[in-house]
Design a protein around this ligand. Structure first.
Ligand SMILES: C=C(O[C@@H]1C=C(C(=O)O)C=C[C@H]1O)C(=O)O
Length: 102
């Protein structure tokens, strides 16, 4: 799933162009989160306990990596880390539900 802009930022003529691109970007991001979610649900198949589901070490290391990626791409790494921490807590809660169902 790739993002293909209609207008590059510098080629936008007005706020309507800007907002169309922003909506399109966010829709693409949310589509990808939904794809990510399917992997989270599939992960519970390979876990033997709720401790495995939570995988605290992986949780912490993946957050650090996202912070680093964000910093490298000119975003505030701490902001992205917090955003991911919230998001992944939701994914873990869903993975726990999936784990309880099996
Ligand atoms: C998917 C996993 O399970 C949980 C969910 C994670 C995620 O959403 O990235 C990361 C670690 C775990 O807390 C995993 O162990 O990799």
């Amino acid at each position: 799933m790739q993002y293909h802009p209609v207008h590059a930022p510098a080629e936008c003529h007005d706020m309507s162009d800007i907002r169309k691109e922003i909506d399109h970007i966010d829709y693409t991001v949310i589509q990808l989160l939904s794809v990510r979610f399917n992997y989270i649900k599939a992960a519970s198949k390979f876990k033997k306990s709720t401790t495995d589901v939570q995988a605290t070490e992986r949780f912490n290391s993946m957050l650090e990596k996202r912070k680093q990626w964000a910093d490298e791409l000119g975003l505030n790494g701490e902001v992205i880390r917090t955003l991911y921490a919230d998001l992944v807590k939701y994914f873990i809660a869903e993975e726990l539900k999936e784990f309880a169902r099996k």
